[in-house]
Design a protein around this ligand. Structure first.
Ligand code: ITT
Length: 202
């Protein structure tokens, strides 16, 4: 059974692999296939972008494909950066550029008003007419300074509710137990188990 991960983000690959790796399951990456493709994320929802990524890559490769689209939705910024999380500070922005921009937009906003949600939508495409969505959401707050070295993206700024440290202060196992992506992947795993769908993925 083979499943292709439609992402160029190696941090995501690592988190997904840790969460759903199984002996009977071969997880392929675009890198494994020497496949270089950047799907334009021009939809205005996470669902739209995850479907677009999974569908385009399914069509090009023929493999059942899983794509992840994730956004950080900050309440005090009316949901920004949201679907634009990867290019918040500009087209070629680094993770650090995006974090700085977020901190500057939130300058002067007190901690209790720095509430935010991380949302991941995972889309599975198995043939031309079939796709499935799995969503994971975690609420939390945006810290006033970057803290922690682990993870990627906005991890040094996001403290999930119920914790007193950022994702970047957690080790990979801890983040992978409580994160938005982990929650979406749990739903995906349940779907595979309850639907027997794994027998059909190839
Ligand atoms: P692919 O589209 O190739 O999967 P990407 O990095 O562009 O990779 P997204 O559009 O889903 O992925 O993610 C948007 C941005 O949100 C991403 O660049 C990170 O800055 C941030 N992000 C996503 N998941 C994150 C996580 O688990 N922790 C922290 N930041 C994350």
């Amino acid at each position: 059974m083979k499943l292709l991960l439609a992402t160029n983000n190696l941090h995501k690959v690592e988190e997904i692999r840790r969460k759903i790796a199984r002996d009977d399951f071969e997880l392929l990456t675009l890198k494994d296939l020497n496949f270089e493709i950047e799907v334009e994320e021009d939809k205005d929802t996470l669902e739209g972008n995850s479907l677009k990524k999974a569908f385009e890559i399914f069509q090009k490769t023929g493999y059942s494909t899983l794509a992840d689209d994730t956004g950080l939705f900050v309440d005090a910024l009316n949901g920004a950066p949201g679907v634009f999380s990867s290019r918040y500070a500009g087209e070629n922005a680094t993770y650090d550029d995006n974090c700085r921009k977020l901190l500057s937009e939130l300058q002067g906003v007190p901690l209790e008003k720095r509430t935010a949600s991380f949302i991941t939508v995972i889309c599975l495409v198995t043939d031309n007419n079939k796709h499935y969505f799995f969503e994971g959401k975690v609420e939390g707050i945006i810290k006033e300074t970057k803290t922690g070295e682990n993870g990627f993206g906005y991890d040094p700024l996001f403290i999930p509710a119920g914790f007193n440290k950022t994702y970047a202060e957690m080790n990979s196992e801890e983040k992978n137990q409580c994160s938005h992506r982990a929650k979406a992947l749990e739903k995906f795993k349940n779907f595979l188990m309850t639907s027997n769908y794994d027998k059909q993925i190839s």
